[in-house]
Design a protein around this ligand. Structure first.
Ligand SMILES: Cc1cc2nc3c(=O)[nH]c(=O)nc-3n(C[C@H](O)[C@H](O)[C@H](O)COP(=O)(O)OP(=O)(O)OC[C@H]3O[C@@H](n4cnc5c(N)ncnc54)[C@H](O)[C@@H]3O)c2cc1C
Length: 293
């Protein structure tokens, strides 16, 4: 079957910041059989490939990009696989939404991911970013990841061959960045009520400290060791600072918000202003967490 190709996909429509121009094409992968076709496509088109999840950690420029977005459209799972050493192994497709996986685990009474409540995006994005909050990182529960690359095809990679760090994932098996296709995680059996109670606490805490319903990409800078980037930006006077339709949130300074009609040019300028202000105020260089396309 021929690949599904979307010409000139809008990046603003595909990112939670609602910013960006267009890419050259989006390749939609409906199932694993499309991966061979994807290999052929990438070999015959001189376009920069970029795997896109739910776009909740991306800042795309206002211009057109000579890029092929690759999106896995079918979200198989989550499903129970087997019980190993008192843990329930759950398999889930990368295109599944992370909140959907958390909701499923809650209903099934499976514990281990409650700290990730409130993080949007896909399961693939959560692996690639090792998404985390309140002391839980997605990498903590992963047992193996199924990766695809043009050279190696689809391979299951054990967690022992993966490197999970602060907003970092890589693996020693595939050369370069691979497409994350599926993941297996190990969860502890608990009760739906107990899991829901922790998830509610986490969400209530986030709601009171973060602009959870605004157009954002979450935290735009990584926390430097021993510091909170939000606090550093606040101390440097950046909380609430606005440029055009973009601003550092007045609820949490590390969240860049599109107030409406924002542009990437303004977003990038604000990021630079924030970096300079923090460097001058505290001598610390901030590193971006949001992926700049
Ligand atoms: C309101 C809000 C709150 C947030 N809170 C948090 C938080 O508490 N903690 C946190 O860590 N993050 C947080 N984020 C950021 C974001 O939600 C996470 O980084 C999320 O895991 C990104 O998933 P995504 O599917 O949107 O990925 P995208 O934004 O689409 O992509 C992010 C990166 O992942 C890669 N990627 C995506 N899918 C795949 C795949 N299948 N294979 C290979 N690579 C892939 C992309 O190439 C890109 O490099 C927040 C964002 C928002 C908007």
């Amino acid at each position: 079957m021929a690949l599904e190709l979307i010409k000139n996909p809008s990046l603003a429509e595909r990112t939670s910041l609602n910013l960006g121009g267009t890419a050259e094409v989006e390749v939609v992968l409906r199932d694993a059989r499309d991966l061979d076709e994807l290999g052929n496509f990438l070999a015959t088109h001189a376009l920069r490939p970029f795997v896109i999840g739910e776009g909740s950690n991306l800042l795309a420029p206002d211009e057109h990009l000579d890029m092929a977005l690759i999106r896995a459209a079918t979200p198989p799972g989550p499903e129970r696989v087997e019980k190993v050493d008192n843990k329930m192994i759950v398999r889930c497709g990368a295109a599944q939404r992370l909140p959907g996986l958390l909701g499923w685990a809650q209903m099934a009474g499976l514990s281990g991911m409650e700290g990730l409540t409130g993080i949007p995006g896909s399961v693939g994005g959560a692996v690639a970013m090792n998404a985390g909050s309140y002391g839980t990182e997605f990498g903590d529960v992963i047992t193996r990841v199924r990766l695809w690359s043009p050279m190696q095809g689809l391979v299951w990679v054990d967690v022992s061959r993966c490197v999970f760090g602060y907003r970092h994932f890589s693996c020693t098996v595939t050369a370069g960045k691979a497409l994350i296709w599926e993941v297996e995680i190990a969860l502890t059996e608990s009760s739906p009520k107990a899991v829901r109670s922790v998830m509610k606490d986490v969400y209530d805490k986030k709601k009171s400290t973060q602009p959870v319903t605004a157009k954002t990409a979450g935290c735009v800078f990584k926390n430097p060791v021993g510091h909170s980037a939000g606090m550093l930006l606040d101390e440097a006077g950046m909380k609430g600072v606005r440029l055009g339709g973009m601003a550092f949130s007045d609820i949490h300074a590390n969240f860049l918000v599109n107030l409406g009609g924002g542009s990437s040019a303004h977003a990038l300028e604000l990021l630079e202003m924030g970096k300079i202000a923090v460097l001058e105020n505290s001598g610390i260089t901030l590193e971006t967490e949001v992926i700049l396309l």
